[in-house]
Design a protein around this ligand. Structure first.
Ligand SMILES: O=P(O)(O)OC[C@H]1O[C@H](OP(=O)(O)OP(=O)(O)O)[C@H](O)[C@@H]1O
Ligand code: HPA
Ligand SMILES: [Mg+2]
Length: 191
């Protein structure tokens, strides 16, 4: 584990450490940089709030070491609410502020779980006429997928368990943990 965090006592076990996240983020940024080296008008990174906030910040900085130039955009969508399973209904809480037509877009996600959020989002972005849309996600749960989606850049495949930390929440908590872990069962039983 790391030096010690406020929420450590609620964590059953760590799945991905802070150091692993750092190393993988640098690796993903290098791949993206190489694949998009020739784009002239730069990349548009679209962060899917709130979960992807930490990964977006670190990925954008890692990409900044290599280029190409990237503009940072934010959307907020939600389908999990207070629970640990997707409602299946993706709600837009904040839309894009600008036109993405003609741009090379990379959607930055924290996790692909059922795939419902991304399948909806990719259809939405396609309707906004981006030149290309790819996805970079830190985590993916291959056993949980309900809709298969093309995700070009994946950090870690993880088991089909509900995880928290590094942006991922349970009932809006645990996002500020620097690692990704599984909660102790008793946490879910708390009122
Ligand atoms: O593949 P899926 O099953 O659709 O799950 C993935 C999505 O669920 C989470 O968002 P959530 O709806 O919890 O909103 P949040 O990011 O604000 O926590 C997560 O950040 C992804 O965006
Ligand atoms: O495992 C998860 N943890 C937190 N939020 C999530 N949203 C989809 N899957 C998850
Ligand atoms: Mg959530």
């Amino acid at each position: 584990m790391t030096d010690g965090c406020w929420y450590d006592a609620d964590i059953d076990r760590v799945i991905i450490t802070e150091a692993q996240i750092r190393e993988k983020t640098a690796e993903l940024a290098k791949q993206v940089s190489a694949d998009y080296a020739s784009v002239e008008d730069g990349l548009l990174l679209v962060c899917v709030l709130k979960g992807a906030v930490m990964f977006m910040a670190d990925f954008a900085r890692a990409l900044g070491r290599h280029g190409p130039a990237a503009e940072l955009e934010f959307m907020a969508v939600s389908s999990y609410g207070q629970g640990t399973t997707s409602s299946g209904v993706v709600r837009i809480l904040k839309d894009l502020d600008r036109d993405i037509a003609g741009r090379h877009v990379i959607v930055v996600e924290d996790i692909v779980d059922s795939g419902l959020t991304l399948s909806w989002l990719l259809r939405y972005l396609a309707s906004r006429k981006a030149t290309s849309v790819e996805v970079v996600t830190l985590l993916r749960k291959p056993e949980a997928v309900k809709v298969s989606i093309p995700v070009k850049y994946v950090g870690f495949d993880i088991p089909n368990e509900f995880v928290v930390g590094y942006g991922l929440d349970f009932a809006e908590r645990y996002r500020e943990l620097p690692y990704v872990g599984v909660l102790k069962p008793e946490v879910y039983a708390r009122p």
